[in-house]
Design a protein around this ligand. Structure first.
Ligand SMILES: [Fe+2]
Length: 436
């Protein structure tokens, strides 16, 4: 990508600079009396001022107009976007699964195409997460959006997203993920005409690379592979709209210019993209399954050691070599809740009817695992080294149970016969030969 440069997520003194016009960035201080080129100075803070240096996120921006310049926000129809607390309908312990959301028949841009499937916590408490899908068929040109409730981890499944952000451009195709920080304004164009995918809205602490423990200095998602944009700005005036997600609601304000008018920036509060095909899997070369945490790409920590508000995991193409081991994911019940989606190919734990764009939700302590067909396949497979080349799966895992929205439970996309996938499991137990 000509429009991106590599940047790093964390580390001592992590500060990046970019200017779209030479000389736009003050060299020796952040707030000179007269900024270069007649620009305004604006600071954007994504963490507490006194956050430890390694996790601090902030930005000095030099822009054409400050962010305060817009008409008053008014509440706007939220359509199918929902926010915590999620209490539209009672939560269910049932296993849930949905088919891919169709591309709309009416003109629908990226923001209007967001549909909430469920979530937990509350943005007002900066704790919890929401899970959305999106399906869109028109570009945003004169509408801009920011989310004050949380950061968005965007997972395209079909169609490229051309993201025009305050800090520059990012193109994200299926296989990429994009993290859009809380508060950063952007609009989305659809170069392919349509787009579909998933979003995890993280109300908690910033997603960051997990510590690696005994793995050592590199592995899983490597810092070098996270790409940030370079500065790019729009100097446009017109009858535009600024959409905000704030306090769980959707708000709209008139604005007479593009708010994507930052000419230069310095700091580290950046959107970035990451290519899931670059994930370096660490896995067994002897027997048995590591826990799925070994597939963690990013995690939003809580104050409880080792417990994340949410984690994002991915299962890319990889070798599977475990000996005398049932290789599909075994049956399990977890305190964590798992929303799993298929970006491309197949998932080793599901049959062929689980297609790209489909997703499942297995909540806290709900039993799940391979369906009857996948179980028999796993039990009888010849255990040669196998390359799983036709797969790309992601996981949004949350500490708190995921409470579905009314839409999620009433839509025809919900597979109401999902429970039958386990009804065909045979009873294999027998006492013959045990000596009893
Ligand atoms: Fe699971």
């Amino acid at each position: 990508m000509a429009s991106t440069e590599r940047a790093y997520l964390s580390g001592f003194g992590n500060e990046f600079t970019s200017e779209a016009v030479a000389g736009a960035l003050p060299r020796d201080q952040n707030t000179p009396q007269k900024p270069p080129l007649g620009l305004y100075i604006e600071e954007l803070n994504g963490t507490a001022f006194t956050a430890p240096r390694g996790i601090s996120r902030s930005m000095w921006t030099y822009r054409i107009r400050p962010s305060a310049m817009h008409k008053p926000f008014r509440p706007r129809d939220a359509r199918l976007i929902r926010s915590g607390p999620f209490n539209e309908v009672p939560p269910t312990p049932n296993q849930l699964r949905w088919k891919a959301i169709p591309i709309p028949s009416e003109p629908t841009d990226f923001i209007d195409g967001v549909v909430t499937i469920g979530g937990n916590g509350d943005p007002a408490a900066q704790s919890g997460a929401a899970i959305h899908v999106y399906a869109a068929n028109i570009s945003m040109r004169d509408r801009f959006f920011y989310n004050a409730d949380g950061e968005w981890l965007i997972v395209p499944q079909a169609g490229t997203l051309a993201l025009h952000t305050e800090f520059g451009h990012l193109d994200a195709e299926p296989g990429h993920v994009v993290l859009m920080p809380r508060g950063v304004k952007f609009r989305v164009e659809l170069p392919d005409g349509t787009a579909r995918g998933f979003i995890c809205e993280n109300y908690g602490q910033h997603l960051r690379l997990p510590d690696l423990g005994p793995i050592g200095t590199f592995g899983l998602a490597n810092a070098r592979d996270f790409e940030a944009p370079v500065a790019a700005f729009e100097d446009r005036e017109g009858d535009f709209r600024l959409i905000a997600k704030y306090g769980g609601g959707i708000w709209e304000a008139e604005i007479d210019h593009s708010p994507l008018d930052i000419v230069a920036w310095r700091g580290n509060y950046l959107p970035f993209r990451y290519n899931l095909y670059k994930f370096q899997c660490i896995n067994t070369v002897t027997f048995d399954h590591p826990d799925p945490s070994i597939y963690c790409v990013l995690a939003s920590p809580t104050s409880v050691p080792g417990t994340s508000n949410m984690e994002f995991g991915c299962f890319p193409p990889r070798w599977t070599v475990a000996e005398h081991t049932f290789r599909p994911p075994p049956f399990h019940r977890n305190v964590a809740s798992e929303f799993l989606g298929l970006i491309a190919g197949k998932y080793i734990g599901k049959g062929d009817d689980f297609g790209p764009g489909s997703a499942s939700l297995h909540n806290c302590m709900s039993g799940h695992g391979p369906d009857a067909e996948a179980y028999e396949r796993g039990r009888t497979a010849e255990l040669k080294p196998q390359y799983l080349d036709d797969t790309l799966v992601f996981l949004f895992e949350t500490q708190l149970p995921i409470r579905p929205t009314r839409f999620a439970l009433e839509t025809d996309l919900l597979e109401r016969d999902y429970y039958t996938h386990w009804q065909g499991l045979k009873k294999n137990f027998g006492l013959v030969g045990t000596g009893r």
